[in-house]
Ligand binder design. Structure first.
Ligand code: UDX
Length: 437
């Protein structure tokens, strides 16, 4: 058991803090956002993440997890400090490390004993040595600390499971002392034989970017295969399934759609390209995946205009705003550009999302006409477009939907509807890579 402080209580920090407490550590989650800390101390969870409230409540009740807005005392009372603050994309695609550096400076003035400073946030390769120099320059020579890289692989919507049952744990260390302590932090995982990769800090930082960038490449690849499938009458789902039967490929992340979004793939791919450019290394494959992802939004808009060439004055019902199911997160969601394209073409847009509608209005379109149910959104519409793979949308009654639409047009950008049923009920439809089977 170790005394841990997690700085930053967002999607990564809060899940990681509660998970580390669940492993038997004593954890203080700290944040400069007093309001967020107050919510957490009142038993409220500031983000939507399935299973997180139960995980937090269980560990607060057990006395292993506390919340504090006093970052300095949290650091003073801890042995391992996880930095889990945001590293948003700067305007040239680089990762903005100002929050990370600010936390490092606070740590520098609170090194009352040997501490491990662990980057949990996604940080570009080289950040570990940058922090080592920064902290060393800001504290007395006798202060002892080690930097560790411990990247997260949490998917929003399944972050609790991904933390408690990870495919692997990556530790970037440069001392035996730090390795021993970090192994102890994650000890329960090794009891059930979770693979542990211990390496140097640059390799650990690279593993995070390499993993996310590769997944993004897979998605853009299958989207382009889908686009050709639509032209030649192939079925991209069969292609993906057959590809995935090859153990070297794996069937995962081969679901075509409107393109990836979220707070990670868009940011991490750009950051990797930017890092490469700093060292004179061209990431041509990742750059192509980024471009293909931007194009995919327009591919979906073209499908809409295949069915309704003149959108002027037409009512379009957008179902799904979150960048994926089981999250309220709309960062870089395909819905942003697709709604903009529909409005620019003169459409009257109505939108529905089970939980992300408020965020869409708060961060992007304050005047978006959002409705509280699918029925209210589709009644009288000329076309429906599905952008998020919510289970609620998978279960749509196409028979009922047909009666409610003014004209039976549907673009299923997530391939979640039955093509047989679409045909049976006489829809004009498009999907992604299965439109002509
Ligand atoms: C991702 C990584 O998976 C995770 O390991 C990392 O820590 C954070 O970034 P996340 O962004 O939460 O997680 O969601 P993920 O489920 O990976 O999906 C990312 C995007 O890709 C979503 O927009 C999703 O809709 C899209 N996607 C995913 C596809 O279009 N096709 C797929 O097959 C899989």
């Amino acid at each position: 058991m170790r005394k841990i402080c997690v700085i930053g209580t967002g999607y990564v920090g809060l899940v990681s803090g509660a998970g580390l407490a669940d492993f038997g550590n004593e954890v203080i989650c700290s944040d400069i956002d007093h309001e967020k800390i107050e919510m957490l101390n009142n038993g409220e969870i500031p983000i939507f993440e399935p299973g997180l409230k139960e995980l937090v409540d269980r560990n607060v009740t057990a006395g292993r997890l506390t919340f504090s807005a006093d970052i300095e005392s949290s650091i003073l009372n801890s042995e391992v400090i996880f930095i889990a603050v945001g590293t948003p994309m700067g305007d040239k695609g680089e990762a903005d490390l100002r929050a990370v550096e600010s936390v490092a400076t606070t740590i520098s003035s609170n090194l009352n004993s040997y501490k491990i400073i662990c980057t949990k946030s996604t940080v570009p390769v080289g950040t570990g040595s940058h922090l080592q120099k920064l902290i060393r320059s800001q504290c007395d020579a006798d202060k002892e600390f080690d930097i560790v890289s411990n990247p997260e692989f949490l998917r929003e919507g399944s972050a609790v499971k991904d933390f408690l049952l990870p495919d692997r744990v990556i530790l970037g260390v440069n001392s035996d002392r730090a390795e021993t302590i970090m192994r102890d932090v994650y000890r329960p995982l090794f009891i059930n034989e979770t693979p542990l990769v211990v390496t140097n800090i640059p390799s650990s930082e690279m593993i995070k970017y390499a993993s996310n960038a590769f997944l993004a490449v897979k998605i853009s690849f299958i989207n382009e295969m889908a686009n050709l499938s639509d032209k030649v009458g192939a079925d991209v789902h069969t292609i993906a399934r057959a590809m995935g039967l090859d153990g070297r490929i794996s069937p995962k992340y081969l679901h075509p759609g409107p393109g990836y979004g979220g707070s990670c793939f868009p940011k991490d791919t750009e950051a990797l390209v930017h890092t490469g450019e700093q060292y004179g290394v061209q990431f041509q494959v990742v750059k192509a995946a980024i471009e293909a992802n931007k194009t995919q939004r327009h591919v979906i808009l073209e499908k809409v205009q295949d069915l309704l060439p003149d959108l002027n004055g037409k009512i379009v019902a957008v179902l799904g705003l979150a960048f994926k199911a089981n999250t309220d997160d709309v960062r870089d969601t395909p819905a942003i550009e697709i709604i903009r394209g529909l409005v620019d073409a003169g459409a009257d847009v109505r939108a529905f999302d089970p939980i992300a509608a408020e965020n869409m209005k708060k961060y992007y379109y304050s005047d978006l006409d959002t409705r509280d149910s699918v029925v209210e959104t589709v009644d009288g519409a000329d076309l429906v477009i599905i952008l998020t793979d919510w289970n609620e949308l998978r279960g749509l009654s196409l028979e009922d939907l047909k009666k409610r639409l003014r004209t039976p047009n549907i673009v299923d950008a997530r391939n979640i509807l039955s093509i047989d049923q679409l045909k049976t009920f006489g829809f004009n439809y498009r999907n992604v890579g299965r439109s002509r089977i």
